[in-house]
Design a binder for this molecule. Structure first.
Ligand code: TYM
Length: 356
């Protein structure tokens, strides 16, 4: 019996380098050795997406990008979250054991809620903004609204994992808090009902630390809502332009100076995509002040293209093959539903939802 791995990516547009290094690349690497289940989180995408046509198109493009990156449907179960209605039912049931306080304290909720309300994220006035945040959340002084789905996002994610009884969850660093909540919910459910139903899942990085792929604008994380992404499907011209425009600084002024965040970010990207020799070359050049950021960026753009080009070239062929795409997710849903419905049956019984 292979260990059960599960992970998903939201269908909110094309996949970017953060998705690739945080998740997709790992999916491809482990599919031979584990019982792998990879899905497209379209219900999660609904928490921030309000355009039905865009959502629908994105489910298809993420699926094509999964396949183009090398996930093999003969080895891994690939499915669309909303094709498994058992997930939605268990989401309702598990929510009865989740506190709104713990959900409101989740970093990603605060972040997304602030964005939805147009409140700046914490700085020197963190206390003020925290109070403002709580007032705004209950709608004290705005007609903007934070939808309840955003609040209960971690419940839904926990259900994705627990309904398959997965023990390993390959994700990027930004998802670790959600995984911690999943473990807490699993423990709580087991102990409340005195059962041993759910295993506690852990993140999965084959020994390495979970990665955070930085953005090109000097900020922390590459992300769609940050508007700083390099997409796997970016045309080479567009990609080169994005990299050449990345934020830097005036250059090291003295040997062995500390690095500013934007420059450190470029090195992080270089470490992910280039050879160790290339990284050492530019690190040495930074240390002795001979570095030219233009050269570093040119090299970085070419190394990123070496990763993305084969994927981009495969995507359009795969997208054109609608029958194939449909077959992949139909077979995947069948397999994923089999296990999900078993677990849901157990959960219903344990909670007292039983036939008369
Ligand atoms: P999503 O769609 O935001 O991101 C998908 C995956 O990409 C990773 N990622 C990154 N990793 C490193 N650096 C970055 N800049 C970066 N940006 C994104 C994320 O960590 C994630 O692994 N909640 C999940 C989707 C989900 C899920 C699940 C995952 C729903 N249910 C169950 C695992 C198990 C999410 O928002 O992913």
């Amino acid at each position: 019996m292979k260990e059960i791995v599960l992970s998903g990516i939201r269908s909110t547009g094309n996949l970017h380098l953060g998705n690739y290094y945080g998740a997709l690349r790992k999916f491809v690497n482990i599919q031979d050795d584990y019982d792998c289940n990879f899905f497209i989180a379209d219900l999660h995408a609904l928490t921030t997406s309000t355009d039905p046509a865009a959502l629908h198109a994105s489910v298809k493009s993420v699926l094509a990008e999964y396949l183009a990156a090398g996930i093999d449907p003969e080895k891994a179960t690939i499915f669309i979250q909303s094709d498994i209605p058992e997930i939605s039912e268990m989401y309702l049931l598990l929510n009865m054991h989740v506190g709104i306080g713990e959900l409101m304290r989740t970093a990603s909720f605060k972040d997304k809620a602030r964005k939805a309300l147009g409140i700046a994220t914490g700085d020197s006035q963190a206390d003020d903004s925290e109070e403002a945040f709580e007032r705004e959340i209950i709608g004290a002084s705005t007609n903007k609204r934070v939808n309840a789905g955003l609040l209960t996002y971690p419940t839904l994610m926990a259900v994705d994992i627990l309904i398959q009884k997965a023990t390993k969850v390959p994700v990027g660093k930004d998802q670790l808090q959600h995984l911690e909540l999943t473990r807490r919910f699993a423990r709580r459910f087991n102990s409340f009902y005195g059962v041993d139903l759910f295993p506690e899942p852990t993140d999965f990085d084959f020994g390495g630390a979970p990665v955070k792929v930085p953005g090109l604008d000097g900020s922390g994380k590459m992300g769609k809502s940050e508007g700083n992404c390099i997409y796997l499907t970016d045309d080479p011209k567009v990609l080169r332009k994005k990299v050449m425009r990345a934020t830097t600084d005036e250059g090291p002024q003295a040997p062995n100076s500390p690095m500013s965040e934007p420059v450190a970010n470029l090195f992080t990207l270089l470490e992910l995509t280039s050879t160790p020799e290339v990284v050492t070359h530019f690190r040495d050049a930074y240390a002795d002040c001979s570095i030219r950021y233009g050269d570093l960026k040119k090299q970085l753009a070419e190394d990123i293209l070496a990763v993305t080009t084969p994927i981009r070239e495969r995507v359009s062929d795969i997208l054109a093959n609608e029958d194939y795409l449909r077959r992949v997710v139909r077979d995947g849903a069948e397999r994923a539903r089999a296990r999900a419905s078993e677990t849901l049956k157990e959960v219903r019984h344990i909670m007292g939802i039983r036939p008369l």
